[in-house]
Design a protein around this ligand. Structure first.
Ligand code: SF4
Length: 413
């Protein structure tokens, strides 16, 4: 007996696969991640990476299906406004299970099932009907397993917490995203890079964790923490009709509409303007260095190269700025032991100009350092929300009582 398991996400898969192995101990179990419904791509990748980690831990072979989002959108066309558990969901199940039964035949599986059956928010009978329908005449038998019963759902949550798996806050598709997600969705729909608290930042941490565990067999531990996030949507400062090269100081507040203001005073490197609290800080190098502390100051402030000093001092400035300041979540990842003699840290996020560490580079460092990590000579800490007052690093010190040193000389703890 060979069972192909269509997998929708890691939390739904862990307990389901564990039970399946117990109940079908003689069967060969193969996983198939086919979920072109998931939007945006970063969310898809995040769920895939976590499924890869869960399957690696459980010793289940996993295949990735195509991310053919267009075919999925075509399948549900006309049903965009349906509520969850409605007709769109039935079509979504059909689409994913139909491809799964084809794949089951390709790999010679005799049976098909899906971890969607584990999800507390899915209609069991709808899934059962879809599974039987797509398997009809295929020679593959559908297994409608109900592992939610008898405390299965609670056990699923317990296991996914224990494995520190990413837990999504909407079903997956773009229509569900608008209807089910609490709060703003613009940050999900547009990528602003690997900024603090972003999906890209979690993905970086999760990809490193997968690499450290699956390829290097290193122990990992994650912590989630809350912090005051600052997000930059857009910003521009013009003087004399010229847009100046600039960065925005973290925690700057928004400007309503377009602000036209004159320079009134210069104190040190700061030029103060006549309206809206506008400030310009003159800098040698246009780069954003993470502030040492959370200052609590939030006037709209641009960093501008000193070479524009004369122009700034004698002309009116025209500025626009859209930012958001909200409580948010980020994470820390420790690779190695908390008892290690020395802990080196590196940022997970990137600054607003996109500067940050590349995944392959960090993977190479970890590979070279594997021996030192195993012997507890060193451990590595990947710090989320670093560029905003080193928030993650502060949390680590508070939580563990350990101090970490910078991996790169230019950053100080
Ligand atoms: S809400 Fe979920 S099940 Fe329904 S169509 Fe969207 S992704 Fe598919």
């Amino acid at each position: 007996m060979k069972i192909l398991v269509h997998i929708c996400c890691a939390p739904d898969a862990v307990y389901f696969l564990k039970r399946l192995r117990e109940d079908y101990s003689e069967a060969q179990i193969v996983g198939f991640f086919y979920d072109p419904n998931i939007h945006p791509y970063e969310e898809y990748k995040l769920r895939l990476v976590e499924t890869q980690r869960a399957c690696a831990e459980l010793g289940v072979e996993l295949h990735e299906g195509e991310y053919d989002m267009e075919s999925w959108l075509e399948q549900v066309r006309g049903y965009e406004e349906e509520p969850e558990r409605g007709k769109r969901c039935a079509l979504c199940f059909d689409h994913r299970l139909l491809r799964s039964v084809q794949f089951a035949k390709e790999v010679g599986a005799t049976h098909l099932t899906t971890t969607l059956l584990m999800s507390p928010k899915k209609e069991f009978l709808m899934l059962k009907e879809s599974g039987h329908k797509v398997c009809q005449g295929s020679g593959v038998e559908f297994l409608p397993l109900d592992y939610r019963k008898g405390g299965g759902t609670q056990e699923m949550f317990r296991l996914s917490r224990e494995m520190e798996l990413y837990h999504q806050d909407y079903c997956g598709c773009i229509y569900g995203l608008f209807k089910q997600k609490k709060g703003e969705v613009q940050w999900d729909l547009v990528s602003f890079g690997r900024r603090p608290g972003s999906k890209e930042e979690i993905l970086f941490i999760k990809e490193l964790r997968l690499f450290a565990q699956r390829e290097l067999f290193l122990p990992c531990k994650e912590w989630e923490f809350g912090f005051i996030n600052w997000k930059l949507l857009s910003g521009k400062i013009e003087v004399g009709g010229q847009t100046l090269p600039s960065l925005v100081k973290p925690y700057s507040s928004s400007i309503r509409g377009v602000l036209k203001a004159d320079p009134v005073e210069r104190v040190g490197d700061i030029i103060y303007y006549s309206k809206g609290g506008l400030k310009v800080v003159l800098v040698e190098d246009l780069r954003e260095d993470p502030p040492e502390t959370f200052e609590g100051l939030c006037d709209p402030t641009f960093l501008v190269p000193r070479s524009f000093e004369d122009l700034l001092l004698k002309s009116r400035a025209v500025a626009t700025l859209q930012t958001e300041i909200t409580p948010d979540k980020s994470s820390l990842l420790l690779i190695g032991s908390i008892e290690a003699r020395e802990i080196l840290y590196l940022p997970a996020d990137t600054s607003q100009d996109g500067r940050g560490l590349d995944l392959p580079w960090v993977q190479e460092v970890l590979s070279e350092e594997r021996k030192a990590i195993v012997s507890e000579e060193r451990a590595y800490l990947v710090v989320g929300a670093y560029t905003l007052g080193k928030a993650g690093l502060r949390y680590f010190q508070e939580r563990t009582g350990r101090r970490a040193k910078p991996l790169l000389g230019s950053q100080s703890s």
